[in-house]
Design a protein around this ligand. Structure first.
Ligand SMILES: CC(C)(COP(=O)(O)OP(=O)(O)OC[C@H]1O[C@@H](n2cnc3c(N)ncnc32)[C@H](O)[C@@H]1OP(=O)(O)O)[C@@H](O)C(=O)NCCC(=O)NCCS
Length: 183
């Protein structure tokens, strides 16, 4: 499996020691503000196992994210094929960090490495990113990466009940258009 490294971060396999902080961040309503609810410990365990199985099977996916200076696990960043039932096809980039790891530029730094891997190693023609329209922090990551938003792509997520979380925006980055983000 590929490991990715940036100046400050390591994107690696999931470890047993990640599970407690992973469950804690998924139980944090602030981290889950734009999702249908917090996750139980069992749901967090199951998702980490699924992510690692994907990494083992194809060598890329939702990598565990570690701060190199401290060895601290802070969440995930990675790439995943868009859900089959979605009206879009392709590969999406995504990120979820513990609250204490926000505001350091970690998501953008990790995602830049993930995009480089997607374009250079997987030879993807385009990488997408989806989020709830009101998730401004995630949209800011997309913008910092040089991804662009076409309002014509906005859609209502059929898996989300009617309400403020339903409207979704799509950001795209074609191969070759990656912006250098510091570090
Ligand atoms: C989305 C999410 C990953 C964004 O995290 P973030 O910390 O805002 O984004 P970045 O890691 O790119 O950090 C950027 C911030 O770090 C600051 N920063 C501090 N030191 C920095 C450095 N050395 N380099 C770059 N930025 C730095 C930037 O100024 C910016 O701050 P601002 O928000 O006040 O403008 C985070 O909010 C999250 O995990 N949310 C919950 C899960 C979620 O919604 N995921 C997305 C689902 S689609």
């Amino acid at each position: 499996m590929a490991e990715l490294r940036t100046d400050r971060l390591l994107l690696r396999s999931w470890r047993e020691s990640d599970l407690a902080p992973w469950a804690a961040m998924n139980a944090d309503p602030q981290v889950r503000e734009f999702f249908p609810g917090v996750l139980s410990r069992e749901q967090s365990m199951a998702s980490a196992a699924r992510f690692q199985a994907d990494l083992d099977r194809r060598g890329w996916g939702w990598w565990a994210l570690e701060v190199r200076a401290t060895g601290e696990f802070v969440g995930f960043t990675g790439l995943d094929p868009v859900d089959e039932e979605a009206s879009f096809t392709g590969v999406e980039a995504g990120w979820r960090l513990a609250r204490s790891a926000w505001g350091h530029g970690y998501a953008t730094e990790a995602a830049a490495a993930v995009l480089a891997f997607g374009f250079e190693t997987l030879a993807l023609p385009e990488i997408l990113a989806f989020t709830t329209a009101t998730n401004l922090r995630s949209r800011a990551v997309m913008r910092r990466l040089g991804m662009t938003h076409d309002p014509a792509d906005d859609f209502d997520d059929p898996n989300v009940p009617d309400g403020p979380l339903r409207r979704r925006v799509v950001y795209r980055l074609p191969s070759g258009a990656q912006r250098a983000v510091g570090r």
